[in-house]
Design a protein around this ligand. Structure first.
Ligand SMILES: Nc1nc2c(c(=O)[nH]1)N[C@H]1C(S)=C(S)[C@@H](COP(=O)(O)OP(=O)(O)OC[C@H]3O[C@@H](n4cnc5c(=O)[nH]c(N)nc54)[C@H](O)[C@@H]3O)O[C@H]1N2
Ligand SMILES: Nc1nc2c(c(=O)[nH]1)N[C@H]1C(S)=C(S)[C@@H](COP(=O)(O)OP(=O)(O)OC[C@H]3O[C@@H](n4cnc5c(=O)[nH]c(N)nc54)[C@H](O)[C@@H]3O)O[C@H]1N2
Ligand code: SF4
Ligand SMILES: [Mo]
Length: 773
């Protein structure tokens, strides 16, 4: 039996580790890290990546298009499914307009072709409504980048090669691997006596246990703590005044939030000793540090100001781009920066929310569907997402999904969302069709890898973006193109000389101005046949239009133009396209990926490039945050943080464990290793509740209730309980645990950006019954 190791890239998270997969009979049988992928140097891979076979091959995969008939699904042909979906969607749009259409999903961090195409699809239909996990996780963070830099599409991460202090803030990276080669880096900082690992987390997480300094703050107190920390730094005169004078346009105004602020009282409320905060402040103002925040900050209380103040701390200590924390440039932007005050940007009709980086807050989706407004959401296209489990308030989301006029879902399994759909279409995983992620910037380089399919065609599964393309085409949104363009595309791929095609396409679109906005769709129309994939076509398009060229990034990595048309290389615009086309060729030919760009070593020049405010300065003050500041006082926070009699504990509705991956790892075969579905609680809380290890506990919140067996450990802080997010998923006849979003609320969201508070859910816990012994 023929077995072959094939190189590809993990599909499951943003780190997209290089992998080798052993394939037999068109099935993945084993997985190992690929030492040839530079980005995950030293051959890195976590348990989820190694479990890819449980994700990709199993008997619950969808193989054929399905249509809901009565209360069950029937197999239909692709032609029938596409035709009917197109007709029904057009009928809704004709009658009710484009505001009634939304797309949900496309944000599986390792797969961005889908999200990119969804953007083009929305644009063609004329709707702005994109919902995805940006609106759960990053809303406050990217919004803050927007206010401070004048551009939401930028992102600062620790420059871990050049820092001597690495900090995690609300991020359990040792378990979640949410930075590249996380365990290697954490070990390095933990073990090297000249380096420091600091963790800010209310509980003794796996990461905190490895830290040199653990700031063990009160759950939900981060904004107050950060305001106090900056105030302390100013009070001591430890700020990097040179950085502030050079780079911050409104420091005189912003410093008013901190000067005279009672930081001693703030630290008391946050329950962190003053002496530790002084030591912390001294480290942050004398050493070079980088920070990785995540869900504890992004989904916690005050999540928008958490980010705004953390970014402010970087600036106050001078650890912003010039050193410490660097801008993660990818070969393409993660999304489009949005100015919510631009009247052309839609607000949601019912909840009046705005998008951040193109995505609306996930918490309001159900309200927007259930609204009485005649233009409420009626038609939803979903792919790579499972809002029935991953968006707040599952009960309400399910009710909303049922009330839609049309729900179309592409998934690889019959997900909890798919069950509500009118049409469920079988997608291919990123191991069955080319895919890519734009999160490939790992300073000093940007590496590009096209995820290579390792499994051939199975049943009638199709690439997601090809499915959406066909539906959009059947709806009449993709103009016809002449045969000569198809021929040019075929020739381009056959000869690896794509420039003549590009010019022909641009000429065609330019001659019909209304086609210009549809250029990406026209490109896909011509190229997806010869390329064999919409995703691969999109990656080519992203690369040739990448800002990496001209800015020197690609050139610094040694790239020059192709040698196909040397005379044209004298024209700068042509040359740039040609350089990036050259990069694409290398990416397509090198399954382990290539170094496509190298960062600008001049931090100041790079910072200047990323600031988009007209005055060329960072803005550390904004009116929205100013309006919020009265809430971030010791008195107001003590009040707000004081537990309620009815809900005396705080629940983290989510805790990532080693094997589960959001909604992707539903196959119970992975449970052999997986941390079980439990509620984690502190032994003193368990004692107070009369609960012993394994006892069934009932957890009640304002939104709902569930039961889970108790797991008792000092890993949980007093008064703070945790339930993992990746449960309540059905696989055949088996459903393990309950989806934790049954407990979260669509109304408990951050006031500034609408990002939900799923790491801070007031709850009550009761013993239901003793464990079976
Ligand atoms: N195994 C596994 N890995 C994953 C995923 C997965 O599902 N499974 N999902 C991936 C995705 S999409 C994401 S977004 C990342 C998420 O990665 P993480 O953010 O690292 O995931 P969490 O387990 O939620 O860790 C959050 C930490 O914040 C702490 N915390 C809670 N409340 C507060 C607070 O008020 N203040 C502070 N300072 N800390 C607080 C918690 O105690 C916890 O240790 O993981 C990625 N990696
Ligand atoms: N309470 C609570 N809620 C949370 C979180 C939490 O910690 N607690 N975490 C939040 C975060 S950070 C995130 S990122 C989100 C994640 O939430 P979602 O973006 O909804 O992602 P997943 O749950 O991973 O669901 C992805 C779906 O895509 C399907 N899928 C996988 N591969 C493919 C493919 O190749 N093609 C298609 N079409 N489908 C595929 C999977 O089967 C699954 O149904 O959840 C968020 N929601
Ligand atoms: S860290 Fe992420 S990309 Fe790497 S193997 Fe694990 S799940 Fe896959
Ligand atoms: Mo996430």
């Amino acid at each position: 039996m023929k077995m072959e190791w094939k190189k590809t890239q993990c599909n499951l998270c943003a780190e997209s580790c290089g992998l080798e997969m052993l394939v037999r009979d068109n099935e993945i049988v084993d997985v190992r890290p690929d030492p040839d992928t530079k980005r995950t140097a030293g051959a890195y891979c976590c348990r989820k990546g190694r479990s890819s076979k449980y994700f990709a091959n199993h008997d619950q995969r969808l193989d054929y298009p399905l249509k809901k008939v009565g209360d069950h699904f029937e197999r239909v042909s692709w032609e029938q499914a596409i035709q009917e979906i197109a007709e029904k969607t057009n009928a809704i749009l004709d009658k009710h307009g484009p505001r009634t259409f939304a797309y949900v999903g496309g944000a599986l961090a390792g797969a961005q072709g889908d999200g990119a195409f969804a953007g083009f699809m929305l644009n063609a239909i004329g709707s702005q409504y994109m919902y995805n996990p940006i609106g759960i996780e990053f809303g406050g963070h990217w919004w803050s980048h927007g206010k401070i830099f004048g551009d939401q599409s930028v992102f600062l991460e620790p420059d871990d090669r050049n820092i001597d202090v690495l900090m995690f803030w609300g991020s359990n990276s040792y378990v979640t691997h949410n930075i590249g080669t996380a365990r290697f880096i954490i070990r390095e900082f933990s073990e090297d006596p000249d380096k420091l690992l600091i963790d800010v987390d209310p509980r003794l997480s796996e990461t905190a246990r490895m830290a040199d300094m653990h700031i063990h703050n009160r759950v939900g107190s981060d904004s107050l703590l950060l305001r106090g920390l900056i105030a302390l730094i100013l009070d001591k005169g430890w700020q990097d005044q040179k950085f502030l004078d050079r780079w911050v346009g409104d420091w005189d105004r912003a410093k008013g939030w901190y000067e005279g602020f009672d930081y001693r009282k703030a630290f008391e409320v946050a329950r962190v000793p003053l002496a530790q905060m002084e030591q912390f402040a001294r480290i942050l103002t004398t050493r070079t540090w980088g920070v990785h925040p995540d869900l504890g900050m992004f989904c916690g209380r005050n999540n928008t100001t958490n980010s705004f103040l953390l970014l402010s701390l970087m600036a106050v200590t001078g650890n912003m781009q010039v050193k410490g924390n660097v801008m993660l440039d990818g070969f393409a932007a993660v999304g489009k920066s949005v100015d919510e005050n631009d009247p052309k940007v839609w607000r949601t009709l019912e909840t009046k929310r705005f998008p951040v980086l193109g995505a609306y807050p996930a918490g309001v989706l159900a309200d927007e569907i259930l609204s009485k407004n005649p233009e409420h959401l009626r038609c939803l296209f979903v792919s790579y997402g499972n809002p029935a489990r991953s968006f707040p308030d599952s009960k309400r989301v399910s009710q909303a999904l049922d009330s839609l006029d049309l729900l179309v879902d592409i998934d690889i399994v019959m997900s909890e969302t798919a069950r509500h759909a009118d049409y469920v279409l079988p997608g291919k995983t990123g191991y069955e069709t080319p895919e890519f992620t734009v999160f490939q910037g790992t300073p000093p380089n940007i590496e590009c890898q096209l995820r290579q399919p390792v499994i051939g065609q199975i049943a009638e599964r199709r690439e997601d973006t090809s499915i959406w393309f066909d539906i959009l085409d059947a709806m009449g949104y993709i103009p016809d193109i002449p045969d000569s363009l198809y021929r040019a595309a075929e020739k381009a791929v056959a000869t690896n000389d794509r420039m003549p095609f590009l010019f022909k396409l641009a000429g065609f679109a330019a001659s019909r101005p209304k086609y210009m906005s549809k250029l990406p769709l026209l490109l896909c129309k011509a190229m997806r046949g010869p390329m064999g994939s919409v995703n691969k076509t999109l990656m080519w398009a992203a690369l040739v239009t990448s800002p990496m060229v001209g800015s020197g990034m690609a050139e610094r990595a040694g790239w020059g133009p192709t040698d196909k048309h040397p005379f044209l290389n004298k024209i700068p615009a042509y040359r740039n396209l040609s350089v990036m086309d050259n990069v694409f060729q290398a990416v397509a030919d090198t399954p382990q990926g290539v170094v496509a760009g190298t960062y600008d070593p001049d931090g100041e020049r790079s910072l200047k490039k990323h600031i988009k405010h007209k005055d060329g300065k960072l803005h550390l003050w904004c009116a929205e945050v100013d309006g919020y500041m009265p809430r971030l006082t010791p008195e107001a926070e003590e009040n707000a943080l004081t537990i309620e009699r009815e809900y005396p504990y705080v629940l983290s509705a989510g805790r990532h464990s080693d094997d589960g991956h959001n909604g992707c790892m539903r196959n119970p075969a992975t449970y052999v290793y997986r941390n079980p579905y439990t509620i984690l609680m502190n032994p003193l809380d368990a004692r107070e509740l009369g609960i012993m290890e394994g006892d069934e506990a009932r957890v009640i919140t304002r939104a709902g209730e569930l039961t889970a067996p108790a797991e008792i450990s000092f890993q949980a802080a007093r008064g703070y309980m945790l339930i993992p997010h990746h449960f309540g998923l059905t696989f055949g006849d088996v459903t393990v645990g309950t989806g934790v979003n049954i407990l979260t609320s669509h109304t408990e969201i951050d006031d500034l950006t609408g990002n939900p508070l799923i790491r801070y859910v007031p709850c009550r816990v009761e013993k239901l019954k003793g464990a079976a012994v």
